[in-house]
Design a binder for this molecule. Structure first.
Ligand code: SAH
Length: 377
């Protein structure tokens, strides 16, 4: 059993079943996630016999960093391997750290590949391979946290986590839930509920399950104001059309008396979903729902078949929303030079030498520009 990825309740059960005190779970979580200790022998407030029990029955394993790329804007992308397929191919995923002046956000993956086939997303092109385990998901946070500590000696912190990397988190709900619990747990990462965001393309029944299970921020990949356009861009819309999706959002807000809003992500695709008329349709659609809109200028990838909306169209679109009192944030593309922006995550271990060289160059440049001394990767 991997100790990584087990939330407090389950770990408490593990200890109680073995005649140990419940609070041992808190101690183990603190060692693992707050102090970054991976050697059970160093968990000195556990008795010798308990340490032996853990050593004989558990392991502590994390995803392994295959490469690290640092963008000119400070964004860091890690390619992490999570074991091999039966045919010997390495499974790899990506996690991206996005520093801003007042926070540091880690964007994590929940699946290897994705089954949803959104037409404008690079991850979709590789198809679905498998769900990540809870250890592999929280492991991304652990690895990033440790790297940031060693790179920046605690000056660049990880304050927020978004499930906006590869995969559809609500189609891996069983493993995403303990991870969310660990992110929120004061004995693990202790993040506030507004600092953890689960993003979904609209798996309606699972939105209700999430709502009952935990209190986190919800983001919806909406991308279109009508079923006609959304059916094309986000095929799961054919199963759960916009009306059902918005009704689920409303239930989410109503349950547990939530005060915050739902964030709607909207990728700006030239000539597809970016007209003034569509902005107005979006306003009408969201009437009555506490909503924030995140406009994401489309990030290109090879043979995507789409173009990013021009700045004028984005400005106009956001103006219409703002005039109707909707909070709009236009996401600044980050880490484009290392293909780390939204929708560019592909996570393949390809062309390693080339990536490695590029990575090293970027890495050195960023260290020089920020005069940070650290060990070499
Ligand atoms: N499957 C989940 C989690 C992925 S989140 C979801 O769909 O919400 C990744 C976000 O980036 C989603 O809003 C996705 O629609 C958006 N995205 C995907 N490809 C993109 C691209 N090429 N440019 C900009 N945003 C993109």
């Amino acid at each position: 059993m991997n100790l990584v990825g087990i939330d407090r309740e389950t770990l408490e059960q593990f200890f109680v079943e073995r005649g140990e005190k419940k609070f041992r779970a808190q101690q183990v979580l603190q060692w693992l996630y707050q102090r970054g200790v991976t050697n059970i022998n160093e968990m000195t407030d556990l008795s010798k016999s308990l340490r032996e029990l853990l050593q004989n029955n558990t392991e502590i394993t994390f995803p392994v960093i295959e490469s690290e790329q640092v963008s000119a804007d400070g964004t860091i992308k890690w390619l992490l391997s999570v074991g091999q397929d039966s045919d010997g191919k390495t499974n790899a995923i990506e996690a991206v750290y996005i520093p801003e002046s007042n926070r540091g956000t880690l964007c994590i993956s929940s699946q290897v590949g994705c089954a949803l086939d959104c037409t404008f997303c690079a991850t979709a092109r590789q198809g679905f391979n498998r769900n990540l385990t809870a250890a592999e998901i929280i492991g991304q946070v652990w690895v990033a946290d440790q790297r940031l500590r060693s790179l920046y000696s605690g000056k660049q912190m990880l304050t927020n986590v978004v499930f906006m990397g590869m995969g559809e988190p609500l189609l891996n709900f069983k493993n995403v839930l303990p991870v969310v619990n660990l992110l929120l747990d004061d004995f693990a990462y202790g993040m506030g509920k507004r600092k953890v965001t689960v993003s979904t393309s609209g798996v309606v029944p699972k939105i209700d399950e999430l709502s009952q299970a935990v209190d986190v921020s919800l983001a919806i990949s909406l991308h279109a104001p009508t079923n006609e356009v959304r059916n094309e861009l986000v095929p799961i819309n054919r199963k759960y059309p916009i009306e059902q999706l918005l009704a689920a959002c409303q239930r989410y807000l109503d349950s547990k008396n939530r005060k915050e809003s739902v964030t709607f992500e909207y990728v700006m695709l030239d000539g597809v979903n970016d007209s003034e008329k569509q902005a107005q349709q979006l306003v009408n659609l969201l009437k009555g729902i506490r909503a924030k809109i995140n406009l994401i200028p489309f990030n290109a990838f090879d043979q995507s078949g789409y173009r990013r909306s021009n700045q004028q169209a984005i400005d106009k679109f956001s103006q219409v929303l703002m005039q109707n009192n909707i909070v709009v944030i236009t996401r600044r593309p980050r880490g484009e030079d290392i293909a780390a922006a939204c929708g560019q995550l592909a996570g393949q271990v390809v062309d390693r030498a080339h990536r490695g060289n590029h990575c090293m160059r970027m890495y050195e440049r960023s260290l020089i520009s920020r005069k940070i001394e650290t060990e070499c990767i």
